[in-house]
Ligand binder design. Structure first.
Ligand code: AMP
Ligand code: MG
Length: 390
């Protein structure tokens, strides 16, 4: 069996980035730039007033002759001589000769004469042309993941399209004779299916809006057929359940039969020991354990990381932080652990109910505490690594 660290390295090795495509800026949220974006204009495009007030051309005096008005959007550039002022508003173009903009609060006007006290510093309240970015310079670098601010920034540069790495297509295959759909009455021995809904929601929270979902019974030939079909349409296949050693676990043998090469099977971890990862050419297959908390943990730790790397993101997977643990914790068993936990301020509390079947605990968690293999006991106040669940 391999360790968590070895499993992650095996997943990260040889991942080929998705194809770069041009998309509308407004559709690029959460995607990584596949090329540097050069600015087509200076930003701001002209020297801009940052205040409502008076643009002045200093001559040593505190009194200025008022010669006009410029409001935002005006195509005006009056010649301002020393000792002259122009009424100006936020966002308006500042005349070339202006030495500063005085705040309205510091000015009084009487008979076309503006009295200013105190006089502003040189160039105060003027946003210089190209202050944020200059024409033809790099506005955002390759690998940058577009957030709301970067989308606003690009829109402000008048850019309509950007080249990004696209999201891989993800499909989910659910296995299990015991699974019933919500809305149907449960027969004895059945449980409601939850992994498809849960994994689709997890994917959705990272921007994967469209995910194909298929369901099969615990049966070799239908499992094989579905895997074959899904692999034709997706880049990353997530199988749920059927990967353990029971007589009715057919995912492993079906994957082998359709030509998926096993990269690893089983990781020294809890939950999620039976995790499988394989490849068929560039396509990735994760077979997640059926236990819901194990499936979700494996999604957060492994699948998300792979998806992010495929999408060219520099920081892949859940964000991590380090916190003090709220109480002693004694680990059982010789496996690394991902513990459902709750962060409050500087402290993280490990929650009761860590079984891989338990989603009721996971639902309250905002973090997973990682306890590495070599760590036996944790003492209250010790710093632990946490994966943050948003
Ligand atoms: P398996 O990995 O198929 O052996 O399943 C392990 C456990 O997870 C069993 O108790 C299953 O009933 C449960 N399980 C498997 N798949 C799902 C699912 N899609 N939704 C909810 N529970 C599941
Ligand atoms: Mg099963």
């Amino acid at each position: 069996m391999i360790t968590v660290e070895q499993a992650l390295l095996k997943i990260e090795a040889d991942l080929k980035l998705t194809q770069a495509t041009s998309v509308l800026v407004k559709n690029a949220l959460g995607l990584a730039l596949a090329a540097d974006v050069l600015s087509p204009i200076n930003m701001p495009p002209f020297a801009q007033s940052a205040m409502d007030g008076f643009a002045i051309c200093e001559n040593g005096s505190q009194n200025f002759k008022l010669i006009g008005e410029i409001k935002a959007g005006d195509d005006a550039n009056p010649i301002l001589k020393p000792g002259e002022a122009v009424r100006i508003f936020t966002g308006a173009a500042v005349p070339n000769a202006a030495t500063a903009v005085a705040r309205q609060e510091d000015c009084s006007v009487e008979n076309n004469c503006v009295k200013i006290h105190p006089l502003p510093r040189e160039m105060a309240n003027i946003r210089p042309m190209g202050e944020q970015t200059k024409k033809d310079e790099t506005a955002l670098q390759k690998g940058h993941v577009l957030n709301a601010a970067s989308i606003g920034f690009l829109a402000g540069l008048g850019i309509e399209k950007v080249t990004v790495f696209t999201r891989p297509k993800v499909a989910i295959l659910i296995t299990g004779n015991e699974l019933a759909q919500a809305g149907t009455p449960l027969k004895h021995g059945q449980i409601y299916e939850s992994n498809a809904t849960m994994l689709a929601a997890a994917l959705q929270s990272f921007g994967f809006a469209e995910v194909e979902i298929a369901t099969v019974k615990d049966d070799f030939s239908s499992t094989k057929k579905q895997i074959e079909e899904l692999l034709q349409r997706c880049d990353v296949l997530l199988c749920s359940g059927g990967i353990s050693v029971g007589d009715y676990d057919f995912v492993g043998s079906a994957l082998q039969k359709v030509g998926v090469d096993e990269v690893f099977y089983k990781v020294l971890q809890q939950p999620g020991k039976p995790l499988y990862f394989g490849k068929k050419e560039e396509k990735l297959v994760f077979a997640l354990p059926g236990n819901p908390a194990a499936a979700l943990t494996c999604f957060y730790v492994y699948v998300l990381k792979a998806l992010h790397i495929l999408m060219g993101k520099n920081s892949a997977g859940l964000p991590r932080t380090r916190k003090k643990i709220s109480a002693n914790y004694n680990r059982k068993g010789g496996r690394a652990q991902f513990l459902k936990a709750h962060i409050l301020g500087d402290v993280v509390q490990i929650l009761e109910g860590q079984s891989s079947a338990m989603l009721h605990t996971f639902a309250q968690a905002n973090a997973l505490v990682y306890v590495p293999l070599e760590k036996e006991n944790l003492e209250k106040g010790e710093i632990v690594e946490c994966l943050i669940i948003e």
